[in-house]
Design a protein. Structure first.
Length: 504
């Protein structure tokens, strides 16, 4: 913040003017008129100076920029305009989104460098990423408090300071990544050793292409095991993921071929640009396929855990009920309300679990665990034992789901979803039972952003078949040019566009 203070103009002070020497004796009665000439001249000089000072003060007063000055013609303010708070909020949000994108892209390219050179060689860059993660985490924490009214809305100066803190933290995160970008480029040396880097990318591409068939079968099995209405909650988070993974792989195929051709022709700049675009698509295809497998594993683990979790929760309710039978608050009050709600929720889950024995997978086990954990949370019984294990399983899946969606749709996802995801990731390590709500909210907000952004697969046929639309949506390309623009790279805001082709 810049605080402008007006410099006051000193006013002239009136008062007696002292002569050059003291008046040691009275003027003699016979003094001539000539004796009075010098005093009169001096007095006239003082009058001229006073008049000149008055004119200067008057002119200065007419051109001063103090608040409350007349709105006459020619008044020019030297104070910079105050930026409205909503504008500062948007700037802070944009800084968070950009820093988050830079961090995600840096992690992605770092994985390719590590696959080629080993963990020891990339350790300086791993440290830079970790430093940037800490700065960004602090920035998101400030944003989260800001969204909750801390500082209070009436404390505008403090809120401006908080927004400045967010921007500053994001700038520092970007600076740490930018500082390592030249050394990172020197390590990868793509201009000199393109063939080896291309070989690593092509190997990963072939592995993912072979894996898509298995993941597609896994998803089909999930749909069969959890038919409607359970499918609406059990599998909706990964619906269409195999198709999106294939779309990313189509894009990767095109750019791997372009990279090979450009390298053979000696066009190293174009080769590096195409390789980076292909690497981004390969990474996102991996995330999409992993999300399907993670959900399948989580559903299988949840199905085994539901009966024991249900029994454990019922035992907790029974103990809580016994402890409160002799208190006046047992019949009324919040505790009674929580107990009643928990009992009703558990009865509904048990009915769903045992209601149709011919369809043992007719319910969503993750959703069942979620209901149990949330019902027991106000009673303090969802953080240890079997209930704690259930909370961890559910929240880990939901945080992973939200994070995967942000990664593969980061070109459209805004600051609100990312802030809630940051909150959920922090709580996952400290209080898993409380982390599920912000994780679900993050996913919901991210999906809303994508709907507002628009479906990339409704564009031209060329955009659809080439995968450019999905690449822009995923933030692989910046989307600044008709062909999608330059790919993102390791580094912060100052270096993220360094793979752009020079203008022709």
């Amino acid at each position: 913040m810049t605080i402008n203070a007006e410099v006051p103009v000193a006013a002239a002070r009136g008062g007696p003017v002292a002569g050059a020497g003291g008046h040691r004796q009275q003027v003699a009665e016979g003094a001539t008129s000539a004796d009075l000439v010098l005093p009169l001249v001096a007095l006239g000089g003082v009058g001229v100076l006073a008049g000149y000072g008055y004119v200067r003060r008057t002119r200065r007063a007419r051109t001063r920029t103090t608040p409350g000055a007349g709105a006459g013609a020619g008044v020019v303010s030297t104070q910079p305009p105050v930026t409205p708070l909503p504008v500062l909020e948007r700037q802070a949000g944009a800084a968070l989104v950009q820093a988050d994108d830079c961090l995600r892209t840096s992690r992605e390219e770092l994985a390719f460098a590590e696959a080629r050179f080993g963990a020891a060689a990339v350790e300086p860059f791993v440290r830079a990423v970790r430093d940037a993660e800490r700065e960004l985490s602090a920035a998101f924490a400030i944003r989260l408090r800001y969204d909750r009214g801390v500082p209070e809305p009436k404390e505008e100066a403090a809120r401006r300071q908080a927004l400045a803190g967010i921007v500053g933290r994001c700038a520092e995160a970007g600076r740490r990544l930018d500082a390592e970008a030249p050394a990172f480029d020197q390590l990868r040396a793509l201009e000199q050793e393109m063939n080896e880097a291309l070989g690593i990318a092509e190997t990963r591409f072939r592995e993912l292409a072979a894996r898509t068939g298995n993941v597609d079968a896994t998803l089909a099995d999930l749909h069969a095991r959890y038919p409607a209405p359970a499918a609406s909650t059990a599998t909706t988070t990964v619906t269409g993921y195999v198709e999106q993974a294939k779309d990313r792989l189509v894009f990767a195929t095109t750019h791997l071929n372009q990279a090979r051709q450009a390298a053979d022709l000696g066009h190293t700049g174009e080769a590096v640009r195409s390789l980076r675009a292909a690497e981004g698509a390969i990474s996102q295809a991996d995330v999409l396929l992993n999300d399907v497998d993670r959900l399948a594993n989580s559903l299988a683990a949840a199905a085994e855990l539901v009966p024991a979790t249900l029994t454990g929760a019922e035992s907790e309710i029974a103990r809580a009920t016994v402890k409160t039978t002799d208190t006046a608050a047992s019949a009324t009050g919040p505790l009674h309300t929580h107990l009643t709600h928990a009992h009703t929720t558990l009865a509904a889950v048990r009915e769903e679990l045992t209601g149709d024995r011919n369809r043992p997978h007719g319910h969503d086990p993750l959703d069942a665990l979620r209901h149990i954990v949330q019902a027991m949370l106000p009673l303090g019984g969802a953080r240890d034992g079997i209930l704690g294990a259930a909370a961890w399983l559910v929240t880990r899946n939901d945080v992973g789901s939200a994070d995967g969606f942000v990664v593969t749709h980061q070109g459209a996802v805004g600051v609100e979803a990312r802030t809630r995801l940051a909150e959920a990731e922090l709580l996952l390590d400290t209080d898993p039972a409380s982390a599920d709500e912000p994780a679900l909210e993050a996913r919901e907000l991210a999906e809303r952003d994508v709907r507002v952004h628009g479906n990339p697969y409704t564009g031209t046929a060329d955009e659809h078949t080439s995968g450019v639309g999905g690449a822009v949506l995923g933030g692989i390309l910046l989307g600044e040019d008709p062909d999608g623009g330059p790919p993102l790279t390791f580094g912060g805001p100052a270096t993220r566009k360094r793979r752009a082709l020079p203008p022709t």
